[in-house]
Design a binder for this molecule. Structure first.
Ligand SMILES: Nc1ncnc2c1ncn2[C@@H]1O[C@H](COP(=O)(O)OP(=O)(O)OP(=O)(O)O)[C@@H](O)[C@H]1O
Ligand SMILES: [Mg+2]
Length: 311
């Protein structure tokens, strides 16, 4: 048996576009169009790409929140979804959302927000639930007094901690974190990322971590998948992606990371300009007639790239 807790194979999620007098299907938005991802147990896999590339759609398909047009999703050796099927939310898989304010029910107190997922699966007494919530608040670094407060009484970073407490309440095996820090101030982002990483290690969680930019995932992830228009253009270890990017799109993402090291600023500026030119001239070669990536080719044990196919 493989040690992959999650195996996504050739996933396609196409949304119908309706229109006209009879509201008939005119076309399809191919939000995800043939994505395969394997995530080994206990690791964090970073799914990175620009807005609209299909990251959330992929995450939601794993959660069972989306229909699946084609492909299979295996979780812990069980098939979650097959063609046309929509599965129920699985207790072992939980999601953390981008905007902690809109994803938490603002009219509920922290106690109810965190215990809500528990109520569906475990019959606990009130005292047991209070204890569980206090334990969870401690894990995410919030004081016991938070238990009877409402979401608006917290800062953005604290609210995301509540979102994490809720997600880990059922002791899931897999967490899908959909841009969990992009709504937060840069100063708070690092704190939240750090404690998420601690929890991931302590609870031996597997994480699918969705992000816009590579900077955020660099220290979180073992593997990275770079998404463009519903497909992966490159996949590999953090080292493969950062030190040996092969796809032009990945190269630009890597070069776009803000410089911390002053000595590199000028060098990177030159590199960015070079890549911009190369991109304008050659990027079309990397795409098929539909403007999508070619199939991935294995270039090392860990590294796969959608290299141009010459016809
Ligand atoms: N329910 C839906 N119906 C129709 N189209 C949709 C639906 N949900 C998403 N899409 C389309 O699918 C594509 C992928 O969307 P998705 O939300 O997965 O992107 P994303 O990579 O998460 O982007 P972002 O970084 O902005 O969150 C987009 O073109 C989007 O407009
Ligand atoms: Mg998204």
């Amino acid at each position: 048996m493989s040690n992959n807790i999650l195996e996504i194979k050739d996933l396609k999620v196409h949304y119908p576009v309706r229109g006209g007098f009879f509201n008939t299907i005119k076309d399809y938005v191919k939000a995800v169009d043939g994505v395969s991802i394997n995530v080994p147990v206990g690791t964090t896999y970073g799914l990175v790409g620009e807005s609209g590339s299909g990251k959330t759609t992929t995450g939601k398909a794993v959660m069972g929140l989306n229909h699946v047009t084609e492909g299979t999703i295996m979780f812990n050796g069980h098939e979650l979804t097959g063609k046309g099927k929509k599965v129920d939310n699985h207790k072992d898989i939980q999601m953390i959302f981008q905007d902690p304010y809109s994803s938490l029910n603002v009219r509920k107190r922290v106690f109810d927000i965190i215990t809500e997922p528990l109520n569906n699966y475990e019959s606990l007494t009130k005292a047991e639930r209070v204890n569980r919530v206090l334990e969870l608040l401690k894990i995410v670094g919030l004081p016991p007094s938070a238990i009877y407060k409402y979401p608006h009484e917290f800062s953005g970073g604290q609210r995301q901690r509540i979102g994490v407490a809720r997600a880990i309440a059922l002791r899931p095996k897999l967490i899908i974190a959909d841009e969990p820090v992009s709504a937060l101030d840069v100063s708070v982002q690092a704190q939240v990322l750090n404690f998420m990483q601690e929890i991931q290690k302590e609870m031996d969680l597997t994480m699918l971590f969705i992000a816009h930019d590579l900077g955020v995932v660099r220290h979180m992830c073992s593997y990275l998948g770079i998404m463009y228009r519903g497909r992966l253009v490159e996949e590999g270890t953090v080292d493969d992606i950062f030190n040996n990017p092969q796809h032009l799109y990945t190269k630009r993402l890597v070069a776009a990371i803000p410089d911390i090291d002053v000595d590199h600023v000028e060098k990177n500026l030159v590199l960015r300009n070079q890549l911009k030119e190369e991109y304008e001239q050659n990027f079309a070669d990397y795409l098929d007639e539909e403007g999508r990536a070619f199939p991935l080719q294995q270039i090392s044990d860990t590294h796969r790239v959608a290299l141009p196919v010459r016809s």
